[in-house]
Design a binder for this molecule. Sequence first.
Ligand code: ADP
Ligand code: TRP
Length: 326
Amino acid sequence: MSVKKILLSGIQPSGRVHIGNYFGAMKQFVDLQDTYESYIIIVDLHALTSTQNPEELRQNIIDLAIDYLAVGLDPKKITLYKQSDVPQVTELAWIFECITTMPYLSRAHAFKDAQTQEKEVNVGTFNYPMLMAADILIQDTDIVPVGQDQKQHVEISRDTAEKFNRTFGETFKIPEPYILPSVQTFPGTDGQKMSKSYGNTIGLFASDKEIKEAVMKIPTDSKSVDEPKNPETDNVFALHRFFTAGPEFDELRDRYEAGGIGYQESKEILVRNINRFIAPLRESRGKLEKNMKMVLEVLREGGKQASKRAEEKMSEVRKRIGITLP
Ligand code: ADP
Ligand code: TRP
């Protein structure tokens, strides 16, 4: 039996992943795959709260599976699966919904944001944290690596585990969020949080041209080449922190502070360095695209394993709540 602790996380197949997803979450999945017994999910049922186009959803699921493998997740080490291959989570989510109050879920940031943006929010969006709690708790998860924006959702999972344990007896482990302070909110090309919904992303597998276009439109102040510039407040420099390293980084900071570098040159260096980072990822993605049989097999196998574990947990849960007859 494994003595490793359990890591679990997921991303919605709701559009192309960006460098903020990578630094905020995916990189941690890769870095920790040797240390933890890891479960990595494509949360397709969550994506249904915002995508109701079957062709698009199918393509997004396949793309995300390839993305996960292309960044270096090793299917021999981790269990990679599609949420919908573990139908026990929807059963558990229902049970959680029955022990959770409406005022409590109404305080979730994601729901509140949806309420201000959309005329009529669907029930799935309101219940979203319950399905996420089911994903996490059904696998006895210890840590959940995510970006800062998901912290509240992990806290809801903790509260839900505690509530269930108080009501029906000790059943669920209490999971911890794992959020790296240096990347808790990765900056977008406009200085806000990078997010699919804000149109300020750089794709994790972007082409040279796409990288260039995104970087060149980063807004800066209007200081001339010779004027000293503040690296702490510049949106271009904020990205250099992730892509420019060592002496090149130190020199860049010195030139910002002393004056003598224009934003155009700083952007050109950034484009070059982002491209250097992305090129091998693009290449490994290209190879995986030609090996779809393997990718689909990884998902099928992962789904089977995750569902087997989930079923064991659910038989305990069903007994606890009183629906299993002698
Ligand atoms: P988006 O906001 O672009 O729709 P998702 O909600 O799909 O991103 O997020 C998937 C994962 O990536 C989550 O763990 C989330 O916290 C993380 N993440 C997304 N954007 C950022 C960001 N700008 N900085 C840090 N982590 C992020
Ligand atoms: N809510 C997460 C997001 O939007 C996705 C998610 C679903 C998740 N289930 C999860 C993250 C379980 C971590 C663990 O990014």
